[in-house]
Design a protein around this ligand. Structure first.
Ligand code: 5AD
Ligand code: SF4
Length: 471
């Protein structure tokens, strides 16, 4: 057994990371058997689940959405906040019950949670009915672990960064939009964040492999790629190839895939060259997710974010000025230890100055092993909740105002599928990542169409199809 050892994780340098071909083990041992997968957390996890699905389908399993039908269940977990843990342990209770009825059920837990030493230990001691525990660094081993399954609990979690695997057999959730990893891990070590511990040091994929993947997706008819990384702007900094995110973005744009976006950006690594490339290429979507985290320079320093309130606003204004019509969303944490009312007002002030298109807002959640978890947290939960509420009201006001600017306009929308808002409706996104529900465009799924916006709410737009754009 190899339990995670966080100190070890910091010792490895990127130079030791190997670029390998994925195993893609094929077998028909589990033909006619079914898998159920549940994914928690960020887009990175969603894409990891596409890799896990590929592994399972290579072994013969078919997907089911009915838990009771499954022969194998995989939980791909998230560790970013405490409530992510709670959800997983809640679901494990259900699975324990199910296992009593079906002792052959194989239960697997992977992703970020097992990377925490305390969780891996807890699974070993208190959850013996879980068959397979794997981490973020060895997803590629899941196939062989399942083939070796013999009802004894297998725990394989590595603290050391995984190698970079190429040519994986993904089972992608969509035939229209695709996630493309450009890097793994993060070197920023923001003081509240568990990610550098659960996902390890930054490892960038080589540019030629990324371009090949995008070209292949384009050939298959994909309309949009999202370049994925914890801090995409730092892409390439761990390699000595002399290229960075601006170079990568420009080369991805030159593949002529119709739409490109990227998440997540860190203000510290955002350069003028990157802004310039985004502005120059029509197929790079004018949409940037630029986490602020706090508007108080004092709190930003405690968070280890490496920018001040003023520097964030300057970058924000530069992006707004340079990229016409750009929409910018953000992440904000309230209730970080030592955040006073004055500090919180600074956050509201930045929101009032930047008028974000939207934001994900969170109450600070201490994560064991991170530096911030050692800072005494004396803010009452009720105060944190009040701050979150006040912040959300303000954010929603601005979201609505931004959406109202679209009223009566004709915008290009990539249609993704049937809408939840009515039988005759489909949904899609504008170039600025505004969700639009559209009437009478069922035959346009997978296409770029022009839509006239007829109604605007805080979180979505309504529209009617106009004339065809390119498809
Ligand atoms: N507590 C609350 N929010 C957090 N985030 C990251 N770590 C924590 C934490 N410990 C938020 C940040 C990040 C987003 C993905 O999750 O805002 O940008
Ligand atoms: Fe976490 Fe900071 Fe890295 Fe984002 S940049 S993943 S918040 S450490």
């Amino acid at each position: 057994m190899n339990l995670p050892n966080m100190k070890e994780a910091r010792l490895r340098t990127n130079k030791e990371v190997e670029f390998l071909d994925a195993k893609n083990i094929k077998s028909n041992k589990f033909q006619n058997q079914k898998y159920f997968i549940r994914t928690y957390g960020c887009q990175m996890n969603v894409h990891d689940s596409e890799e896990i699905k590929g592994i399972l389908e290579n072994l013969g399993f078919k997907e089911t959405e009915k838990l009771e039908e499954a022969n194998i269940v995989v939980l791909n977990t998230c560790a970013i906040r405490e409530n992510a843990h709670d959800k997983v342990f809640g679901f494990l209770g259900r699975l324990k019950h199910l296992k009593r009825e079906n002792s052959n059920l194989i239960i697997c837990i992977g992703g970020c949670m097992p990377q925490e030493e305390s969780v891996a230990t807890l699974l070993k001691e208190k959850y013996p009915f879980v068959n397979i525990v794997f981490g973020t660094h060895n997803i590629n081993d899941l196939g062989s672990m399942i083939l070796e399954e013999n009802k004894k609990q297998q725990i394989e979690v590595y603290s050391i960064e995984g190698n970079v695997y190429e040519h994986m057999d993904y089972v992608r959730d969509s035939k229209i939009t695709a996630w493309v990893n450009i890097m793994y891990g993060c070197d920023k070590f923001c003081t509240y964040c568990i990610v550098p511990f659960t996902r390890g040091k930054q490892r960038s994929r080589k540019m030629e492999e990324i371009i090949k993947e995008v070209e292949d997706l384009k050939r298959k008819g994909y309309m949009e790629v999202t370049l994925l990384g914890q801090n995409v702007n730092a892409y390439g900094k761990d390699l000595d190839y002399g290229y960075d995110f601006a170079t990568l973005l420009e080369n991805v744009a030159k593949t002529n895939i119709p739409r490109i976006r990227f998440v997540t950006s860190h203000p510290w690594d955002f350069t003028d060259e990157m802004i310039d490339v985004i502005a120059r290429y029509q197929n790079i979507m004018p949409y940037i997710h630029l986490p602020l985290q706090s508007g108080s320079t004092k709190i930003l320093k405690l968070m280890g974010r490496r920018y001040t309130k003023e520097e964030y606003i300057t970058l924000y204004n530069k992006i707004k000025k340079s990229i016409p019509g750009v929409s910018i969303t953000t992440d904000i944490i309230v209730g970080f230890p030592n955040e006073t009312d004055e500090d919180f007002k600074e956050t509201l002030d930045v929101v009032n100055k930047c008028k974000f298109d939207g934001a994900f807002t969170f109450i600070y959640s201490p994560r064991e092993g991170t530096p911030a978890a050692k800072i005494k947290d004396s803010i009452p939960l009720s105060t944190k909740e009040e701050r979150l509420h006040e912040l959300n009201e303000l954010i929603n006001d601005y979201s609505l105002k931004h959406n109202q600017e679209y009223l009566g306009k004709i915008v290009e929308v990539l249609v993704l599928g049937p809408s939840e808002k009515g039988k005759d409706k489909v949904y899609g996104y504008t170039k600025t990542m505004k969700l639009v529900n559209i009437e009478n465009a069922k035959e346009d799924i997978g296409k770029l169409i022009n839509v006239k916006i007829t109604d605007a709410k805080s979180f979505s737009l309504d529209g009617k199809k106009e004339v065809f754009a390119k498809n």
